[in-house]
Design a protein around this ligand. Structure first.
Ligand SMILES: CC(C)(COP(=O)(O)OP(=O)(O)OC[C@H]1O[C@@H](n2cnc3c(N)ncnc32)[C@H](O)[C@@H]1OP(=O)(O)O)[C@@H](O)C(=O)NCCC(=O)NCCS
Length: 133
């Protein structure tokens, strides 16, 4: 997917969309996109730790297992021991998803996300061990 297509899909999934330039810059710095029709995940690995930077599935394609497959495909590719992510504490679909694929809550960042209505939301930090390779 091009940076324009990534930004367009991201805008369907998030209140605060990232621009095509945001995606191009992250990819230039080493982030990797794993995609399938209707969704993508953007991940980055550094010093044996990997991070999910964003994960978006088109509302028209949800609850078909796309996000689960994208996470597992990224996990197989990442040269790291642990995969981390941050998620808004009120994002129940994403929290259910991450728990269902073996992530556990390891921390919290208070007032991390600013909503368009100025509300502040804590981020939960989740982590999952990656298989040896
Ligand atoms: C969260 C998101 C990525 C899930 O994508 P998806 O492709 O629909 O998820 P999957 O079909 O792979 O779901 C896998 C499991 O996650 C859980 N899950 C996913 N969506 C859920 C929902 N709306 N409510 C409850 N559980 C949900 C379920 O356990 C589901 O398994 P099941 O369908 O067998 O019950 C998608 O809703 C999305 O893009 N949301 C907006 C962006 C976002 O929040 N991204 C993550 C930010 S950290």
């Amino acid at each position: 997917m091009s940076p324009d297509a990534l930004a367009a899909l991201h805008a369907k999934a998030f209140d605060r969309p990232w621009s095509a330039k945001d995606f191009a810059d992250l990819i230039a710095l080493g982030a990797v996109v794993v995609e399938e029709t209707g969704g993508f995940i953007l991940v980055r690995a550094m010093a044996r730790e990997a991070e999910i930077l964003t994960l978006a599935v088109d509302p028209a394609h949800r609850r078909k297992g796309i996000a689960r497959r994208l996470i597992e495909a990224a996990a197989r590719q990442l040269p790291a021991d642990t995969l981390f992510l941050e998620v808004a504490e009120d994002n129940d679909p994403a929290i259910s998803l991450y728990r269902s694929v073996g992530f556990e809550e390891t921390g919290r960042r208070p007032r991390y996300y600013h909503r368009p209505d100025a509300q502040m939301i804590d981020a939960l930090i989740f982590a999952r061990a990656l298989p040896d390779r």
